[in-house]
Design a protein around this ligand. Structure first.
Ligand SMILES: Cc1cc2nc3c(=O)[nH]c(=O)nc-3n(C[C@H](O)[C@H](O)[C@H](O)COP(=O)(O)OP(=O)(O)OC[C@H]3O[C@@H](n4cnc5c(N)ncnc54)[C@H](O)[C@@H]3O)c2cc1C
Length: 552
């Protein structure tokens, strides 16, 4: 049941309080309420996702930026981007970032997960051990244009019964696809065809899989919270309500954090209320929201907290440190394909065509709005050892990518959304003030560790030049890169006895009891992937960890 006000809540006694019903929070809300005698309260700052057309229709997702469904964050000025600040989108709605994201479905490499296991000393975070969760969240469905997906993916690596639909985009530019696949055959090596980039080895050129199904976005709020789950008598979802702090619960020995302070207001003047969980508070507020809440409750670097007037209650200097994001830039070329009519080619600039596309989507959920962008192939590749900063490889292993090219084409142009996917740079999330309604300082520190651009390409928009110098390319990257919205790592898990890190491998906050973190912030390294799949994986496993901890 969804509530807009705490006054309407039927019960004030809950086993679990989940903070943030985003990608991970929705998984937990579903899985924990499978146990009928658990009463779960979920507190989400954003509104309900139901009926939000821009979220439902994949091709309209671009309209969600800078809306009420976005936290509207901006980074601090980035030295690596020649002093520019860039937008830093985060979902502010049920389903969180999975309700606003680009729906690309990629899991990363097996060595990404094996590195999590190695770093945390916990083998159950390895690729092989996680296989049940890799499949559990996924429900692969046929593409919306009805074609047979054989030859475009390997069914052995997919789940077919899970709540998150995945599939291929409807082919909009078949002649581009033919040419890209022909180029991959011709070039081989780094660009060889890879039947399934979600097998654990992403490298090569392969078909783009997305979290859509039947022409609609499939996100955590639609997949994990369909109406029958929302109707469960033990699930209580409070929307438009912000958690300001987690509080120490009186009457216990030690450091027990099971109370959440929240408000339906949007500034310090509004009254706040406190509810206490009888078992745990689970922080799933994402890689910005989670450290923001932890820092406001006085958990972080005690010196930094004191500087903004917050009384430190627990010295955990890793909170907010280590955010790692993928910088994104676009490289493109003009094309002149004459054997492709490309009916929808001018969609983004032609209002009549756009109206026609929406009519088609409304009729049978097909057409160009049934996909987010016009891209069918992605390349994942590595750079030569000598290009790496100081010769040190920041990727998790030889089957991991250093960069990604998401190829988007029409008859007249091809563009590559290019990302550095194993970045060496690490930033920070910190507090500007002690007011929880003020946005945190988000510093992803893009390109702060890189010294040379990763690869050479013709660049577009103009000037088009054939032999750009390294200095030109470096300036191009610094002047045009933005966030690919994949930040992780701000409450990273490390071994139980480690002096660094924020949570233990069971995701419980270090040096405390009663508070667990389950979201993208717990990964100590960013996978070489768009990050939602790894969040579904971690959240599914976390649900089992929680159930086991309370012996359900
Ligand atoms: C614009 C965009 C495009 C992306 N594109 C892709 C893509 O194509 N493919 C891909 O794999 N990944 C993509 N990602 C990344 C991926 O969506 C995220 O990594 C993942 O969804 C994060 O999940 P999470 O549970 O950690 O956080 P979120 O899903 O962001 O959930 C956090 C939730 O907590 C809520 N919250 C925060 N603070 C508070 C508070 N104080 N009180 C109450 N609630 C709070 C938020 O409103 C939100 O609902 C994209 C992300 C964005 C933003």
């Amino acid at each position: 049941m969804i509530y807009n006000s705490p006054e309407c809540l039927p019960s004030l006694i809950f086993d679990f309080i989940i903070v943030g019903e985003g990608t991970a929070g929705s998984v937990l809300a579903n899985r924990l309420t499978e146990i009928p005698y658990y009463q779960d309260l979920v507190i989400e700052a954003g509104p309900n996702n139901e009926g939000v057309l821009n979220s439902i229709v994949p091709g309209l997702a671009v309209n969600l930026a800078n809306s009420i469904f976005d936290w509207n964050f901006t980074t601090t000025p980035q030295a690596g981007l020649n002093g520019r600040s860039v937008e830093f989108q985060r979902g502010h709605v049920l389903g969180g970032s999975s309700s606003v994201n680009g729906m690309v479905y990629t899991r990363g490499s097996s060595s990404d997960y094996d590195r999590f296991a190695r770093i945390t000393g916990e083998p159950s975070w390895s690729w092989n051990a996680l296989q049940p969760y890799v499949r559990k969240h996924e429900g692969f469905v046929p593409p919306v244009d009805g074609r047979n997906p054989a030859g475009e993916f390997d069914s052995r690596f997919h789940g077919f019964l899970g709540p998150i639909h995945t599939t291929f985009a409807a082919l909009l530019s078949p002649s581009i696809n033919t040419r890209i696949l022909a180029a991959s055959r011709q070039l081989q090596a780094d660009f060889s065809f890879n039947l399934d980039m979600n097998s654990g080895t992403p490298l090569g050129t392969g078909w783009h899989q997305s979290t859509t199904g039947n022409g609609e976005r499939s996100g955590a709020a639609t997949g994990y919270l369909p109406s029958n789950v929302r109707a469960r008598p033990n699930l209580h979802i409070l929307v438009n309500t912000r958690v300001t702090r987690i509080l120490q619960t009186p009457g216990h020995h030690g450091f027990v954090m099971t109370s959440a302070e929240f408000t339906t207001g949007n500034n310090q003047q509004f009254p706040r209320r406190v509810l206490t969980a009888s078992k745990e508070v689970i922080l799933s507020a994402g890689s910005i929201g989670t450290p923001h809440i932890l820092l406001h409750l006085g958990i972080g670097d005690e010196n930094e907290l004191a500087k903004v007037g917050i009384h430190p209650v627990l010295h955990l200097p890793g909170v907010g440190k280590n955010p790692t994001d993928h910088p994104l830039f676009v490289v493109g070329s003009v094309l002149n394909i004459t054997d492709d009519a490309d009916f929808w080619g001018d969609l983004s600039t032609n209002a009549t065509l756009e109206a026609e596309a929406l009519q088609l989507w409304n009729k049978n959920k097909t057409g160009p709005l049934a996909v987010f962008r016009r891209f069918d192939q992605i390349v994942w590749a590595r750079v030569a050892q000598f290009i790496l900063p100081n010769g040190v490889d920041p990727s998790s292993g030889p089957n991991s990518a250093h960069y990604e090219l998401a190829l988007e084409g029409s008859a007249t142009s091809i563009a590559s959304g290019s990302s550095i996917v194993s970045p060496a740079s690490r930033g920070s999330v910190s507090l500007a003030t002690n007011n929880p309604f003020d946005a945190p300082l988000i510093d992803p520190a893009y390109y702060s560790a890189a010294s040379r651009p990763g690869h050479r390409e013709r660049v577009y928009p103009p000037p088009l030049i054939n032999n750009p110098s390294n200095a030109f390319l470096e300036d191009f990257l610094r002047n045009t890169s933005s966030s690919n919205a994949h930040a992780i790592g701000t409450a990273a898990m490390f071994p139980v006895d480690a002096s660094w890190g924020v949570v233990n491998p069971d995701l419980l906050l270090k040096k405390a009891r009663g508070l667990r973190v389950v979201d993208a912030s717990v990964y100590p390294f960013v996978p070489c992937a768009h990050t939602q799949a790894s969040v579904y994986i971690i959240a599914e496993r976390a649900a089992d960890i929680v159930k086991a901890a309370w012996a359900a």
